[in-house]
Design a protein around this ligand. Structure first.
Ligand SMILES: *Cc1c(COP(=O)(O)O)cnc(C)c1O
Length: 367
């Protein structure tokens, strides 16, 4: 069997090739290239899909987080609670907004923020202003408990939905429609990806939407008139928006296929050296299928020898990154650090064939 990659974006786009090419050609001829009618159309479609009133297209997911933070009023001197188990996405946005990260440990059952830990930190930190809740690996966090805690402490809630497009919680709410504001990325590998960079801020609040629209374009209140400090240039272009409109109708089908592959892994991988976290509900859109093993590096090498690609999401927690120059050396996040040492991601993308999935399962069971 040819080697199985972690992802294969050529397989994703090939059925859309003619449509995408025609859409790019239409933009070339239209004379609108940035923040034009195709962006407005996609913003409406994506807001409706998420069950929120407003969508503001921006340049990427990290900008979406930064603009979301500023739009809920986070400013220099504030602290923002977030988890440390991704790849500096939230931290980069918090630092760019002038605020300080306050790291919260994860629930070991699902690798998202532990509500009890948020409560503990909110109780001992007076300048906490907001919390970024990341729906990691496609699994929604415990929004009921986290939102209740945020409400008790007056924290704005920013959902990071860059890995969870289309996930639905037990109360029927889409990821991105629950907190005060949400950030999405359309980086090509995401569940809904462009053919380049893209992102969006999604919110039910008119006021937050207005601010986000201003922050994405220099802080203009109206053209050439700046009353808002901290503006950026972070816009979505017409070609990417057109591509996203073409692919959005496939998102639910893709997520269904991802879940089906994940369910096969959860049921058919049987190896005492590999821990499975069975996630199967519609609150999991299987962005990444992550197993845990104390022999993680050996498992990775074994899979490679079987022609199965794997990767570590993520090896270095944010608070341990060298860029901080030791500033968070005294932060202890036990569950986060345990995950960083044991997690391994298996190939899980909608275009995998059943035979490829079987091969990944066999390779795991032979370890
Ligand atoms: C990809 C990602 C981001 C950042 O998105 P970019 O478009 O790459 O800036 C933010 N948060 C999470 C959880 C992500 O997976």
């Amino acid at each position: 069997m040819t080697p199985i990659p972690l992802n294969d974006l050529g397989r994703r786009t090939s059925p859309f090739r003619e449509q995408l090419t025609a859409a790019a050609d239409a933009v070339v001829q239209s004379g609108y290239f940035v923040l034009g009618p195709a962006v407005a159309k996609f913003e409406n479609e994506f807001a409706a899909y998420c069950g929120a009133e407003h969508c503001i297209g921006v340049a990427n997911g990290t900008d979406a987080l930064e603009i979301a933070l500023k739009s809920v009023g986070v400013s220099p001197g504030d602290q923002v609670a977030l988890c440390a188990n991704a790849a500096m996405y939230g931290t980069s946005a918090v630092l760019a907004s002038g605020a300080t990260p306050r790291y919260v440990d994860i629930e070991s059952s699902r690798s998202t923020m532990d509500p009890a830990e948020l409560e503990r930190i909110a109780n001992d930190c007076g300048s906490l202003r907001a919390v970024i809740v990341t729906h990691l690996y496609g699994q929604m966090a415990d929004m009921d408990k986290l939102s209740a805690c945020a409400a008790r402490h007056g924290l704005a809630v920013i959902e990071d939905c860059a890995q969870a497009h289309g996930a639905i919680d037990s109360r029927g709410r889409r990821a991105g429609s629950i907190g005060d504001v949400a950030a999405f990325s359309f980086y090509p590998t995401k569940n809904l990806g462009a053919i380049g960079d893209g992102g969006a801020v999604v919110t039910r609040s008119e006021q937050i939407a207005t601010l986000a629209r201003q922050y994405r374009q220099y802080g203009w209140t109206s053209k050439y008139d700046n009353r808002l400090a901290g503006g950026r240039n972070s816009r979505l272009d017409e070609i990417q928006a057109s591509f996203l409109s073409i692919m959005l109708p496939s998102l639910d089908t893709w997520n269904q296929r991802r879940r089906q592959i994940a369910a096969r892994y959860s049921h058919e991988i049987r190896n005492p050296r590999i821990d499975i976290h069975a996630c199967e509900g519609i609150d999991y859109v299987a962005h990444l299928y992550v197993v845990r093993s104390r022999d993680r590096d050996a498992l990775k090498a074994h899979l490679a020898s079987c022609g199965v690609a794997s990767d570590i999401h993520y090896p270095i927690p944010d608070h341990r990154q060298a860029c901080h120059q030791g500033r968070f050396d005294h932060t202890d996040l036990n569950a986060t650090e345990r995950d960083a040492a044991t997690v391994l991601t298996l190939p899980c993308f909608p275009e995998l064939t059943d035979d490829e999935v079987s091969h990944v399962i066999d390779a795991c069971n032979l370890f």
